[in-house]
Design a protein around this ligand. Sequence first.
Ligand SMILES: *Cc1c(COP(=O)(O)O)cnc(C)c1O
Length: 352
Amino acid sequence: MSRFWSEVTNALSPYVPGEQPQIENIIKLNTNENPYGPAPGVLKAITEQTTGDLRKYPDPNAAALKQTIGGYYGISPSQVFVGNGSDEVLAHLFVAFFKGKRPILFPDITYSFFPVYCRLFEIESRQIPVNDRFEIELDEYAQENGGIIFANPNAPTGIFKPVDAIESLLKTNTDSVVVIDEAYVDFGGQSCIPLVNKYPNLLVVQTLSKSRSLAGLRVGFACGNAELIEGLNRVKNSFNSYPMDRLAIAGAIASFFDDKYLKETTEQIIYNREFLTKGLKKIGFTVLPSKANFVFACHRQDAADIMQQLRERAIIVRHFDAPRIEQFLRITVGTYREIKLLLAALEEIVGA
Ligand SMILES: *Cc1c(COP(=O)(O)O)cnc(C)c1O
């Protein structure tokens, strides 16, 4: 609290990102970063931008990147919006589509940035509980609303909802914008982007931070009807003309030109995820079925205690002190070696 802060600022409870500890040789499995690094062509494209041209502003519309993403997904560049990480894309869409009179709907367990944006932008929300298997029950979203948003696969559960189930919702919910945050969709899910030509109120958000291993570059995007994209452009151009810098535009474009690398690395992560899941189950963990690059797991031993003991062994995982999930740990799928070390440490801790 400060007497200099506005009322809104005093009432905020900001999102807390997973920590980035400056400790050497730690095994960092707390922020769902990709262990394999970006495609080689990405680093080359970024390096080529480190010239005197950095004195000039980038293209405010990032047209070349929109062209590339549109081409990749078979839609028009006018159906693509890009931003400084998908968190920024999400912020803009809350303003563009959700700042209405009716409450928006999202699951009680989902990306914790959604309630943060509601407070920042003073948007009413209603949280719909996931069922006791932690699945989103889409039938319960058939009620009056000012918008719907959830992550698919959901975070932090990793549970994936099939596209046909989402299409059923879109058939009945036609008067408000439905946003699907597909940050983890490349790890075995299926994207809703092919539906954007059919449903003018569908917006699909993705990021280059996870499957494309570019969390440090800050690039996210949204695909939808051109009218929705124009709404996002209006908000963006009322906020920051140049959210995408020259390096980010060049690196992001290059990442869409190496599909073989994307396929190989995501397949390796899926393979590692199954190895991690099996190993956790063997030592008494319950593991939710994940289609993401993390697993969400609990044990009869206290989650915060396990996290602390892992920390003492220089292994960092994420724990959310929130209702219904306080006994779960979210563990990023790392390399095969990291998983082996994690499982060995856990075996000691839980005494299996
Ligand atoms: C990681 C993540 C994002 C944010 O990604 P950035 O593009 O790095 O801002 C968005 N949504 C979910 C569900 C995520 O897990």
